[in-house]
Design a protein around this ligand. Structure first.
Ligand SMILES: Nc1ncnc2c1ncn2[C@@H]1O[C@H](COP(=O)(O)OP(=O)(O)OP(=O)(O)O)[C@@H](O)[C@H]1O
Length: 192
């Protein structure tokens, strides 16, 4: 992957098992966010291809959003929608079953049950981050890509991200500069 003449990484293969989350570490600008964007299929590599394989099967590009939950600080939310409407939109876009119950259970999981009918415009920074986590969880993906998930969260919110990272049923990749978050992961890769 390159930006102009700056090469970030080349020929990188990462195998991550459920129950053994991988921390992606490195200085500011080393490429952590870029790597997660590539994994999420949200950025095309400048050369070659980025491929996501689960149990040896390559996931077609169009299916990657269904198999991956992605959270990053820059992920935009729609201010005009409520939290419930935000997730309802995603359940429709992803044609998910049991949409109403799924939306409510997910908002409960991230601690937004009591505010689910408030517009996102009225949400605090940490509440927005909790809603970002909800957007990554609502389709119950086997892969979670978390870019600095706890940066704006309170203690309960950081416990929530810790429980997501520790969830042995999912493949988790966590990009972070926070040593406490990194310590949740038994495996690490250092960029730069
Ligand atoms: N859209 C872009 N255009 C040009 N350069 C970019 C772009 N996105 C990222 N870069 C460059 O790629 C490098 C890696 O950026 P990236 O955001 O992946 O780093 P990071 O490790 O996540 O940093 P941080 O710890 O600050 O979040 C930086 O040098 C950055 O300037």
């Amino acid at each position: 992957m390159r930006f102009g003449r700056r090469r970030l990484f080349d020929g990188l293969t990462v195998a991550v098992e459920p129950g053994a989350p991988l921390a992606v570490l490195g200085a500011n600008g080393s490429g952590k966010s870029t790597l997660l964007l590539l994994f999420a299929g949200l950025l095309a590599p400048t050369g070659g291809e980025a491929r996501l394989e689960i149990n040896g099967a390559t996931i077609p590009a169009r299916d990657v959003p269904l198999r991956v939950g992605y959270v990053a600080p820059a992920l935009d939310l729609y201010d005009a929608l409520t939290a419930r409407e935000t997730l309802a939109f995603l359940t429709r876009a992803r044609a998910l079953p049991d949409a109403a119950a799924r939306v409510e259970a997910t908002l409960d999981r991230v601690g937004l049950w009591g505010r689910m009918d408030d517009p996102v415009a009225a949400f605090s920074t940490g509440m927005r981050q909790r809603l970002r986590l909800a957007t990554a969880l609502v389709h119950d993906p086997p892969v979670l890509l978390l870019d600095e998930p706890g940066a704006t969260l309170d203690a309960a919110g950081r416990d929530l991200t810790a429980s997501l990272v520790a969830d042995g049923s999912r493949v988790v990749v966590l990009a972070t500069n926070d040593p406490a978050e990194a310590a949740l992961c038994p495996r690490r890769v250092e960029l730069g």
